[in-house]
Design a protein around this ligand. Structure first.
Ligand code: ATP
Ligand code: LTN
Length: 335
């Protein structure tokens, strides 16, 4: 990372399913926009993903594919630190330490925990419960200033801040207190099939999400099939979740204001609007898919990136962790 005066960003995506338009608009697109003004670490958070059972071969393959999708979206490997979370053991180590400064009560209030328990009733493991502590460790290890995420992660960010403040309250200024960054529109993109629930990359119904690697025909078909009502009015209105969602997607991608969009489509119907949304999404994702196809078979290049990333991340992480050890009272390491 070039400039030490710049503030620090950390963010990550779990390697589950395929990266969706929701992940892109809520997180990745903002990473790309912020990367020039901050020193950024972007991780594929593989440790988090095993809170839900994963197929080993698929996980290994997907982790690399996710890294390449970060690059394809425009994340610059020269400017940022890109790495796999499991390659930096300090994450797991700090997570254990922080778990001793986190209360059962605060973890049991997390909505993502409650949702995942309901979805995976046969595998309610302790990792699902302590997931936010690992996320706090990810963020706090790097003295992160800003965490660009979708709004579903606000609660996790809040607990990371609480843990940091609690720790600092006992030991002095050890951790920077991070702020969240969520986009104005698009912080919560909804499922195209059930616009009352968020677009999720592990949705078993593929028509509910758009993958950033979907080809144009698939994108057009999914948007045309998106669930709306029969009002045919293109305006943001409470209770009209389907059309509201499409307006938000369109606004995020075109950067037009909601008011401008409502004017532009005044008197037009859902058919016309869906066509415009589909075109905007297709054009936004077209170069990403092309770059992905270019890079995905370049094994040496990809390996070089995650090797250098892990090395650079470890260096930063070990500084914070040593400080934590000293403050807690662990004996200094003599190796
Ligand atoms: P899963 O379905 O496997 O739980 P997910 O789609 O929620 O996954 P995560 O890896 O949990 O994806 O999230 C990665 C990033 O994308 C986070 O910053 C999260 O806030 C953001 N994000 C996820 N879904 C959406 C969405 N529907 N709208 C906006 N941002 C989202
Ligand atoms: N919990 C996040 C993924 C995640 C993350 C992070 C995001 C893990 N560690 C640190 C930002 C910063 C999610 O999207 N489910």
């Amino acid at each position: 990372m070039e400039n030490n005066a710049k503030k620090i960003i950390f963010s990550g995506i779990q390697p589950t399913g395929c990266i969706t338009l929701g992940n892109y608009i809520g997180a990745l697109k903002n990473w790309v926009e912020l990367q020039n003004d901050y020193n950024c670490l972007f991780s594929v958070v593989d440790l988090h993903s095993i809170t839900v059972r994963q197929d080993s071969a698929l996980l290994r393959k997907r982790c690399k594919e996710f890294l390449v999708q970060y690059l394809a979206c425009g994340i610059d490997a020269e400017k940022n630190i890109l790495f796999f979370q499991s390659h930096v053991p300090q994450h797991a180590e700090l997570s254990w330490i922080l778990s001793c400064y986190t209360y059962m009560g605060e973890l049991s209030r997390m909505t993502q925990y409650k949702d995942k328990c309901a979805k995976h009733a046969d595998n309610i493991n302790a990792g699902l419960f302590t997931y936010p502590v690992l996320m706090a460790a990810d963020i706090l290890l790097y003295q992160t200033d800003l965490v660009p995420v979708g709004s579903d992660q606000k609660q996790h960010l809040e607990i990371a801040r609480d843990i940091a403040m609690r720790f600092n309250g006992i030991y002095g200024e050890v951790f920077k207190i991070p702020e969240g960054f969520t986009p104005k529109e698009g912080a919560r993109i909804m499922s195209l099939q059930d616009p009352t629930s968020k677009m999720s990359k592990s949705d078993p119904n593929e028509n509910g999400f758009i993958s950033i690697l979907d080809n144009p025909d698939v994108i057009v078909r999914k948007i045309k099939r998106a669930v709306t009502d029969s009002d045919n009015v293109i305006k943001i209105r409470e209770g009209h979740d389907g059309i509201n969602n499409l307006i938000n997607i369109y606004a995020s991608i075109t950067k037009k204001s909601i008011a401008d969009i409502e004017n532009e489509f005044d008197g037009k119907g859902y058919g016309d609007f869906k066509q415009s949304v589909a075109e905007a999404v297709v054009e936004e994702l077209r170069p990403i898919r092309a770059r992905y196809d270019d890079l995905i078979n370049n094994k040496d290049y990809i390996e070089e990136i995650y090797k250098n990333g892990a090395y650079a991340a470890q260096k930063l992480a070990s500084r914070t962790l040593s400080k934590v050890h000293r403050k807690i009272g662990f004996v200094d390491r003599k190796y």
